[in-house]
Design a protein around this ligand. Structure first.
Ligand code: F6P
Length: 535
């Protein structure tokens, strides 16, 4: 599938990215401006011919038709026979979208209104805990029922004017203990967020929290709300129907921040800012659906991803937000991208003979610079980097900090591309008074090969609307890459096996007996652990 592209890459792999700028149109041709968002992909080893080939590939897989299928509610998640319509959650009320004979937009807005009314009640003190106004909200969920609201709540901290939000996801007792430790059960609201309402981690944490609250308040259930599409399960858990916010099965877990799973965000920032966040997502949807491919940020970002991962063979990509409040973005993208595109068979179940989605990882700048950037600059592996940078922070009185953030972000991209030659290293050392053998030896360590690719997403400020655009952008990038790879980006069968084995091992662990099905390596570790915890 990628033969022509690989052939082109083989011919051009040794050229210098810097030399591509001899074409003075390069910055224009290899960057896209969408209103106040800039996506620059000029500093990678790609040329117009490669872009043509990538666009041919997108045409060959019928990208426009597939995009239309997703937006119109065709059941493109074929293994679960489901439509994929998270984009419907951010459609304006004036839109209509008939899916399986029903207009889904009014239902979306009814739910948003219910969420907004509840949030207003909490934020304005009409809904109270058993000891007074709600001061804290705990979102108990995992995966898509945690990462989306968590990243968004952190990212939009300057807009918080509601109760304080906390996130518990891990089954490890440390997570729930550390969160509950600082809270007052009488003024805490608990959101149990689980699409299925059967996820082991979430249900265990929810029960532990219910017990914690029940020791102090008379009716803990009254301070619980549920977000789920499994209404029978929420009822069985004892959460009254008017405290349940449901969503349809056409919203995948990792794409669900736009609806009820975003309740914690709405509680924190208020319904108006949440509406702005949705509007940002919708801005990106319109751009994705209407802009020609060469001027379409999600499409170009995906083609760059395919170029680096499938064509150049770079197995990972680093996402480095120069925005500390986006610290959870890499974790969020790990689920979004790797649960979506970490597949080994095509839509028909045939094994693919190419690599699918890359490993995604990262940390905020500038911290990453003092940790793993050594490898990115001088290691033997190439790691394409994606930088995110805002023009302004939210602390005008500390503007000089933000200026330093910008300088560092720009410096990294520049250093990655330009590098430093051996001769430049020698000159630098000579100026420091180093001579002779030491000069030559040290110059080798101080040389940077450069020619390392990075792209940059720049925007004025991390507002609710901008965050909506950014998250929707990544969703669509994942979609386009998945279409080109010919895989189903919307199921996640790969998470099942481990869950099943954990269930049977839990019996062995709690009943103090060897597992009937586990192999000798597992038995060995099990008996070692038991020795140190005979209880
Ligand atoms: O185990 C993976 C997964 O199903 C994710 O896809 C999902 O986001 C997460 O678990 C949580 O699922 P739920 O919202 O049903 O609790």
């Amino acid at each position: 599938m990628f033969e022509d592209l690989v052939g082109h890459f083989e011919k051009t792999r040794d050229r210098r990215i810097l030399d591509l700028f001899a074409d003075d149109q390069r910055v224009n041709d290899f960057s896209i401006t969408l209103g106040d968002v800039l996506f620059d992909f000029s500093r990678i080893n790609i040329d117009p011919e490669a872009l043509d080939l990538l666009c041919d590939l997108a045409a060959k897989v019928d990208l426009n038709k597939k995009r239309q299928d997703m937006f119109s509610g065709v059941h493109i998640n074929r293994t679960e026979d489901r439509a994929v319509l998270h984009t419907a959650l951010r459609r304006p009320e004036t839109d209509s979208l008939i899916v399986d004979g029903i207009d889904v937009v009014p239902g979306v807005h009814d739910t948003l209104r219910r969420m907004a009314a509840f949030c207003d009640d909490v934020r304005e003190g009409r809904f109270q805990g058993q000891g007074g106004a709600i001061t804290d909200v705990i979102n108990i969920g995992i995966g898509g029922s945690d990462l989306g609201p968590d990243v968004a709540c952190q990212a939009l901290a300057p807009y918080h004017d509601g109760p304080k939000t906390h996130f518990v996801s891990n089954i490890d007792s440390a997570d729930i203990t550390e969160t509950l430790g600082g809270l007052n059960p009488e003024t805490t609201l608990v959101i149990v967020a689980s699409k299925s309402f059967t996820t082991f981690e979430t249900m265990l944490n929810a029960r532990t929290t219910m017990n914690w609250m029940g020791q102090v308040v008379e009716n803990p259930r009254a301070q619980f709300v549920a977000i789920s599409s499994a209404l029978e399960e929420t009822e069985a858990f004892g959460i009254s129907e008017d405290r349940v916010f449901g969503f349809e099965n056409w919203v995948g877990g990792r794409y669900s921040i736009w609806g009820p799973i975003g309740l914690s965000l709405m509680l924190a920032v208020g319904p108006d800012d949440f509406a702005e966040f949705l509007a940002g997502g919708h801005d990106m949807d319109r751009h994705f659906c209407t802009a020609e491919w060469r001027k379409n940020i999600p499409v170009m970002m995906a083609l760059v991803g395919i170029w680096h991962s499938q064509v150049c063979g770079h197995a990972t990509r680093a996402v480095i937000p120069y925005d500390n409040r986006m610290a959870r973005l890499p974790a969020y993208l790990q689920q979004l991208e790797m649960e979506s595109n970490g597949k080994r068979v095509d839509m028909d179940g045939n094994p693919v003979d190419y690599h699918t989605g890359p490993v995604v990882w990262g940390e905020p700048g500038t911290n990453g610079q003092h940790a793993f950037f050594q490898l990115i600059h001088q290691g033997t592996r190439i790691v394409p980097c994606e930088f995110l940078i805002a023009a302004r922070g939210h602390e005008p009185e500390l503007h000089h900090h933000h200026q330093a953030v910008i300088a560092n972000c720009l410096a990294q991209a520049e250093a990655l591309m330009k590098g430093r030659s051996r001769e430049q290293a020698r000159e630098m050392l000579r100026a420091q008074g180093v001579e002779g053998d030491a000069l030559e030896r040290l110059a080798r360590h101080r040389e940077f090969p450069g020619n390392r690719p990075s792209v940059t997403l720049a925007y004025p400020q991390l507002t609710p609307r901008m965050l909506g655009r950014i998250i929707a952008l990544y969703e669509h990038r994942v979609f386009v890459e998945g279409v080109i790879l010919g895989i189903n980006s919307f199921d996640q069968w790969g998470v099942e096996l481990g869950k099943e084995l954990a269930k049977s091992l839990l019996n062995a662990v709690s009943e103090h007996r060897p597992s009937r099905s586990a192999g000798p390596g597992t038995q060995n570790i099990l008996s070692f652990l038991r020795e140190f915890d005979p209880d």
